[in-house]
Write a protein of this length. Structure first.
Length: 437
């Protein structure tokens, strides 16, 4: 779950770059140009288990592109912890790549710098048209009233993963579909040193992802239409309290989870210590920790009532990676050709299958490679019941401020301190004040 692992990167205040007026990016003099498209520089995000693994995966594909177009792509795979800082530095210095990957939750923040190429109708048409992409994925590429700042490349959504053996031992025949059912099942599962649900309480992005979805179900967006923070609205407070109550009131999350931030909840799940976990594309991690596909199942994330996708029943944020172009690149035509190549049906099928993600391109998404039960859950969620995080310029600060407030509330719950509506509201009010400074 790369967006969750990027928590440290998004803590940097994006306001530093907000005053930039589009001076970033582009090939150096030794690179390409529209008249002589020799080379492109590409910053890829670390999607695989290591930098070297990504190079091994991507290099043959870049060779294909070179053979098709004559354009050589200089690849650099950038670690998540460094990626946002590197992008912001490139935005201000003008010394950056032609094409780059960005976490999709950063889209509006980076859009505000003015450094990225807007994907208007003309630019989308150059890569086959906007309607090739799942709309929720495009909605995660910038503010709603502006042309997207990037193009969806790899998409993900959340699912509820459950341990089949633990469920059978507890006499539970099917995964929960509502939060009330999840709590009831979780109580049956939380005994003998085992727990019903896992969480990553010290991971700011994970905190945001979960409380944002619950906020949607409570009718809260955390920002109003003008982009003003509304963290203390009744819906936002109720959403955060519901999440923390899984530990504080319902006792289905182990207190130690308040300190988790490095995917420890997946390890607990694989070892049978936890029966359920909310996660993006966890299959490869489970396999690496010795689980067989028949040991676990995946189901849509629960909703308050009814089914996902109806009424207020959003059950996932839109997760994933977008592909952007620095608008001052000297090789704009080559850059768009490269984006077209990477979002082609063939590359979308190959790369998303390799990385365990879901293609944001509709025709590629329909491929048999993405029909496994768990991937079908992720695919259907992305298409029907996922929503992008707030597409506001200070979204990164939102993740830091509210994510930290939720982290502190987890610590309260773990220590046995009361978590009340008033204490939740106080934490969120402090987070809102931080945003306004």
């Amino acid at each position: 779950m790369r967006n969750v692992r990027a928590a440290a990167a998004v803590t940097l205040a994006i306001s530093i770059a907000a005053g930039v007026t589009g001076c970033g990016g582009g090939s150096s003099a030794s690179g390409g140009s529209n008249d002589s498209p020799k080379t492109l520089t590409y910053w890829a995000s670390n999607q695989g288990p290591s930098i070297e693994a990504d190079k091994k995966i991507l290099t043959p594909e870049l060779k294909k592109f070179e053979k098709q177009t004559g354009i050589k792509v200089k690849l650099e795979v950038v670690p998540w912890a460094d990626l946002l800082n590197r992008i912001l530095a490139a935005s201000t210095s003008g010394q950056g790549p032609d094409v780059l990957n960005i976490g999709n939750t950063w889209s509006a923040s980076l859009q505000a710098t003015g450094a990225l190429l807007p994907w208007n109708k003309e630019n989308f048409d150059a890569i086959g048209g906007r309607d090739r992409f799942v709309e929720s994925a495009v909605a995660s590429a910038g503010a709603a009233d502006k042309d997207p700042s990037a193009v969806p490349l790899y998409s993900l959504a959340y699912a509820l993963y459950y341990n089949k053996k633990s469920f059978a031992e507890a006499g539970i025949s099917k995964p929960p579909t509502t939060w009330d059912e999840l709590v009831a099942d979780g109580k049956k599962l939380s005994k003998d040193g085992k727990w019903g649900l896992g969480a990553e309480g010290s991971n700011l992005s994970n905190n945001i992802h979960q409380t944002f979805v619950l906020g949607q179900q409570h009718g809260a967006d955390f920002f109003d239409k003008s982009g003003k923070a509304t963290f203390t609205s009744d819906g936002a407070v109720a959403a955060v309290k519901q999440y923390i109550d899984f530990m504080a009131k319902d006792k289905i999350i182990a207190p130690g989870n308040a300190e988790y931030a490095q995917n420890q909840s997946l390890t607990d799940f694989a070892k049978g210590k936890t029966a359920m976990v909310l996660w993006q594309a966890a299959a490869s991690t489970f396999a690496s920790q010795g689980m067989k596909p028949e040991d676990w199942g995946a189901a849509p994330v629960p909703v308050a009532a009814g089914t996902p996708g109806t009424g207020k029943s959003t059950n996932s944020m839109v997760a994933g990676i977008n592909m952007a172009v620095f608008k001052n690149t000297k090789n704009i035509d080559g850059a768009k050709k490269f984006v077209k190549f990477m979002t082609s049906d063939a590359e979308q099928k190959l790369l998303n299958k390799t990385y365990g993600s879901i293609p944001p391109v509709k025709t590629a998404q329909a491929d048999e490679a993405f029909s496994a039960p768990d991937l079908k859950v992720l695919r259907d969620t992305l298409s029907t019941s996922a929503a992008p995080l707030p597409q506001v310029p200070n979204e990164s600060q939102f993740e830091t401020a509210v994510g930290t407030a939720v982290k502190e509330l987890w610590a309260d719950a773990a220590a046995g301190r009361p978590v009340t509506t008033e204490s939740v509201k106080a934490r969120l009010e402090k987070a809102q004040q931080t945003m306004q400074q």
